[in-house]
Each structure stands twice: as structure tokens, then as C-alpha cells.
Design a protein around this ligand. Structure first.
Ligand code: DSN
Length: 412
């Protein structure tokens, strides 16, 4: 192997193995998933879809992609799946293309409350192609379905968007569907409903929250977050006409050749997620996240509470430092997190008042609830102790991860 890249890969493996990964959007795939990503399928061009390719020699990758599609549909109980999107952003790009026209209005969560860049940020294609209006969270930092209803009737959007990047509570997709149906029936309009379930795909797969595929016209997701698959995207729908639009929006409108090696890895991940082992894993994710949140609350720190794989820690109120300072301090002791806006944040996105903390990755390595509570105390210490005590905290972090599974050998 290229010596420079081999050296860097060894360094990254050491960083990942020795540290505690609490970025809520990260996770560790199995060795099988990673092997498929490095497989010979990477050499194959297969523009088009199974049975309808623009290149010869696709008889094997057709089987791979069909397997991925069938496993994806079975996992999420959806009638149609497109497994080609290279990422969540590209899945959203194609989903919008299938659902609305340029200039149409999309109603989305206020970005500072946990929306994604592709949900209407000025720096993304989304706000430069569509007209965005927003619904805020309620005063308690949770979705307020009365506010969403009011915003629907005020803004008269073509699409209601749900699914978030930093929202720690369950989402009532059924209620949102009812709101859209009520709005459509009383106005004669045809507002559609889309869910980006990237963050909670693992929770949906394990059956521990409502399945947005039962309620939304289109559901998009990444496959590498709580789902533990390879880096990539998917689009799901139960509507045949929309499925056709999605397919042409992905290829040829948005992408060229699909990444068949990643699609092979997705097929493996969908099968892994459709097991009792995965469902037990997700019980662990939920328990660990709650344990860490509750321990920080017990220590008097301001946390959001949680009903999924993440929670928000208000570091400005709790420690008098901003999110960026907190993120950098934790990095020095080997705990990786990211700064995040919190509901009602007074600081800019460059600094933020909070940290987003998630346990999908740590749980994949074997973290249990007792360790999650210990991690809460280490976070608390690192954010409040003197400079001279940080080395001590780093050693305690190292002692925990030394007992965890090696990331390069994770099986399912
Ligand atoms: N970057 C992802 C996250 O951290 O939530 C969203 O794409």
C-alpha cells in the first residue's frame, strides 16, 4: 500500500480506537461493510438501473443492486427504494426534484433549531433553488404541531419537510401527515410531505419510533449514521409515480454512474440492521444516550433530555464557555463531539452555545450505560477543570477505550 496513506490510515485508526466518538452522525460499519466498499465492484460502470443500463457487463451488479433494493424495502417497509444516491445531500437534491419545481415553497424547521443545510440554508443549493419558509420549535424546545399547522396555513407551501440533524426527541410523523391532509382538504392545494430520516434511520429500522415511510410521500436517508452502513444515501416511497420521478431525478439528472461497491455495502448493512442483534444494539444506543444526559443533569448541567441517539448540552449556561471552546477542550482529552446551536441560541453558528452528543458510535464499540455515566462525568470534568488536569482526564478516557472493541475488527 502507498506508504504515506498507510501511515495516515494507521494514525486515523489509532485516533478512532483510543478516543470516544460522540459525534451523533458518526458510527462504525462492520468489517463486511468495509470490505464490500473496497471490493472489485468499484471498477464497474453501471449508469442506469438494473436491467436498463447504458453499459454492458452489468449482469452481476444488477443482482447486487436488486438485492440492496429488496433488502432496503424490507427493512423500512416501503414499496420502492432507490439505493444510488451518493450522499444524504444528493438524496435530498433528487427528492426535491421529484416533489417540487424550482421556485416552489418548502416549509422546514428553523435551521438553528436543528435543520440540515439542505433544508433551506442560504449557502446550500436548497435555498438557491426553492423558496423556503420555516416553523420554529415551541418554547420548550420541542416540535409544536399547532405552530406547524399555523405555518402551513400561513405559508401555503408545496412541501412540508420533517426530519432533523440535532433534534433529540421523537417526531410524530402521523400527526404531520394529518396536518398536511387537513390543509389539502380545506384549501384544495396539494402540499406533499417529505421526511429526511438520516439521523434516526437506525431507530426506525429497529422499530423503536414511528416509521416515516408510513406517512410521508418521500423519505430520504443516509446509510452511515445510526444505521451503521457505508457512507451514502437512499430514497424511499410507496407511490409508484413518485418512484419513477425519483429514479430519473437521481440518474441522469443528479448523478452519473452509481457506486456499485457502496451499494453492495449498503445491501450488507440493510441485512445487518434487520436482525435481533441490531435491535438490541439500538436499545443500547437509547439507554446510553439517556444515561449520559441524565448524569449531566444530576451534576447540575443544562441538557436537553433525549428520546433518541443524541442530546444537546448547553455549555454556555453550564460552564460559561461557547460550543467551539467546549469541542476543542474535549478533543484534547480524546472525546470527539461537535459544537451545535441550541434552541434560542444567542451566539453565531461559528461559536454556538451547545454541544451535540450522541452514542451510536460508542455503543457499536461496546459502551454500556455505566460507562456512559462515567463519560458524562469525564465530559463535566474536562469542561470545568484546570489546564493541568486535562492530561489526567485523557488517561481516564484511554482506560475506557482500551476495553472496547477494535474498530478495524468490528463484526455484526
Ligand atoms: N453532517 C451531518 C450531521 O452531522 O448531522 C448531517 O449531514
Amino acid at each position: 500500500m502507498d506508504k504515506e496513506i498507510a501511515r495516515l490510515e494507521a494514525l486515523e485508526l489509532k485516533r478512532q480506537n483510543e478516543g470516544i466518538e460522540l459525534i451523533a452522525s458518526e458510527n462504525y460499519p462492520s468489517v463486511d461493510v468495509r470490505a464490500a466498499q473496497g471490493s472489485i465492484f468499484t471498477a464497474k460502470y453501471a449508469e442506469g438501473y438494473p436491467g436498463k443500463r447504458y453499459y454492458g457487463g452489468c449482469e452481476v451488479v444488477d443482482q447486487v443492486e436488486n438485492l440492496a433494493i429488496e433488502r432496503c424495502k424490507s427493512l423500512f417497509h416501503a414499496a420502492f427504494a432507490n439505493v444510488q444516491p451518493h450522499s444524504g445531500s444528493q438524496a435530498n437534491f433528487a427528492a426535491y426534484r421529484a416533489l417540487v419545481k424550482p421556485g416552489d415553497k418548502i416549509l422546514s424547521l428553523t435551521l438553528n433549531d436543528g435543520g440540515h443545510l439542505t433544508h433551506g440554508s442560504n449557502v446550500s443549493f436548497s435555498a438557491n433553488t426553492y423558496s423556503f419558509a420555516f416553523y420554529p420549535l415551541g418554547d420548550d424546545g420541542k416540535l409544536d404541531y399547532d405552530i406547524i399547522r399555523q405555518r402551513l396555513f400561513e405559508e401555503r407551501p408545496n412541501l412540508l419537510l420533517a426530519g432533523y440533524s440535532a433534534y433529540p426527541f421523537t417526531i410524530d410523523f402521523r400527526r404531520m401527515r394529518e396536518l398536511v391532509d387537513e390543509y389539502n382538504a380545506s384549501t384544495g392545494e396539494r402540499c406533499l410531505f417529505m421526511v429526511d430520516m438520516a439521523h434516526i434511520a437506525g431507530q426506525v429500522a429497529s422499530g423503536k419510533c414511528q416509521n416515516p415511510c408510513d406517512y410521508a410521500d418521500i423519505v430520504t436517508s443516509t446509510t452511515h449514521k445510526t444505521l451503521r452502513g457505508p457512507r451514502g444515501g437512499i430514497i424511499l416511497t410507496n407511490d409508484e409515480a413518485l418512484a419513477k420521478k425519483v429514479n430519473s431525478a437521481v440518474f441522469p439528472f443528479t448523478q452519473g454512474g452509481p457506486l456499485e461497491h457502496v451499494i453492495a455495502a449498503k445491501a450488507i448493512a440493510f441485512a445487518e440492521a434487520n436482525t435481533d442483534g441490531f435491535r438490541a444494539y439500538f436499545d443500547g444506543v437509547l439507554a446510553n444516550t439517556r444515561a449520559c444526559n441524565d448524569e449531566l443533569a444530576r451534576l447540575g448541567r443544562k441538557v436537553s433530555g433525549t428520546e433518541n441517539h443524541l442530546f444537546l448540552l448547553d455549555v454556555l449556561s453550564s460552564y460559561g464557555i461557547n460550543g467551539l471552546e467546549a469541542q476543542l477542550r474535549l478533543e484534547r482529552v480524546g472525546i470527539t463531539t461537535n459544537k451545535n446551536m441550541i434552541h434560542g441560541d444567542t451566539l453565531s453558528p461559528k461559536y454556538c452555545s451547545g454541544l451535540r452528543i450522541g452514542f451510536a458510535a460508542a455503543t457499536s464499540r461496546g459502551c454500556d450505560a455505566e460507562q456512559a455515566r462515567t463519560i458524562a462525568r469525564l465530559i463535566d470534568k474536562a469542561l470545568s477543570c484546570g489546564e493541568d488536569e486535562l492530561d489526567c482526564v485523557r488517561l481516564e478516557v484511554r482506560a475506557i477505550t482500551a476495553g472496547w472493541k477494535d474498530i478495524s475488527k468490528l463484526v455484526f
